[in-house]
Design a protein around this ligand. Structure first.
Ligand SMILES: [Zn+2]
Length: 170
């Protein structure tokens, strides 16, 4: 990002027709870019619909009728191995997102924030909010006779929660 002095260690796709090409940003700017990134820019409504329909079947030929089990699974695995869904382009459409794709796009910092709250990475909005409330009550200095260590713990809980909120997890 022009004028930004931070080290650009995060990559973002340039867009449709430029698959495999990336911009490099710092963490703040990659988040900003991802928020405004729209893969469907310039596509007609019909094209977008066709694309989303394909995304549901995974942009792969549907398995011939009667092919089940190992063979079908192998076909699917071959396909999922090809897709880099780091930016969750298919997240909203795929009814069976691969779990590894789900966790891979959570940054290390956000992952750590989940850990501080004692949650699995990518826990739901509701889970985050309710865990946050519980922890704040539990570690509030008033509930711990002003114990300093619980004050520190409370501070890290609040920081973790704010980080997840800024990242849009809750
Ligand atoms: Zn930057």
């Amino acid at each position: 990002m022009k004028g930004c002095k931070s080290e650009a260690t995060y990559r973002a796709p340039k867009g449709r027709g430029k698959e495999g090409q990336f911009f490099w940003f710092c963490l703040d700017h990659v988040r900003e870019y991802n928020k405004s990134y729209n893969y469907f820019n310039g596509m007609s409504d019909d094209d977008v619909l066709a694309y989303q329909r394909d995304a549901i079947t995974g942009h792969r030929p549907t398995s011939p009728i009667g092919v089940r089990g190992r063979q079908a699974r192998a076909a699917r695995n071959a396909w999922t191995g090809m897709v880099d869904d780091t930016f969750g382009l298919f997240g909203g459409q795929d009814p069976h997102p691969a779990p590894e794709a789900e966790t891979r796009r959570i940054s290390a910092a956000d992952r750590h924030a989940f850990e501080i709250l004692g949650l699995e990475p990518g826990a739901s909005k509701e889970a985050i909010k309710s865990r946050y409330k519980t922890l704040v009550k539990r570690h509030h200095p008033d509930a711990n006779q002003g114990d300093r260590s619980s004050e520190d713990r409370l501070r890290s809980i609040i920081n973790a929660y704010n980080m997840l909120r800024r990242a849009g997890y809750c």
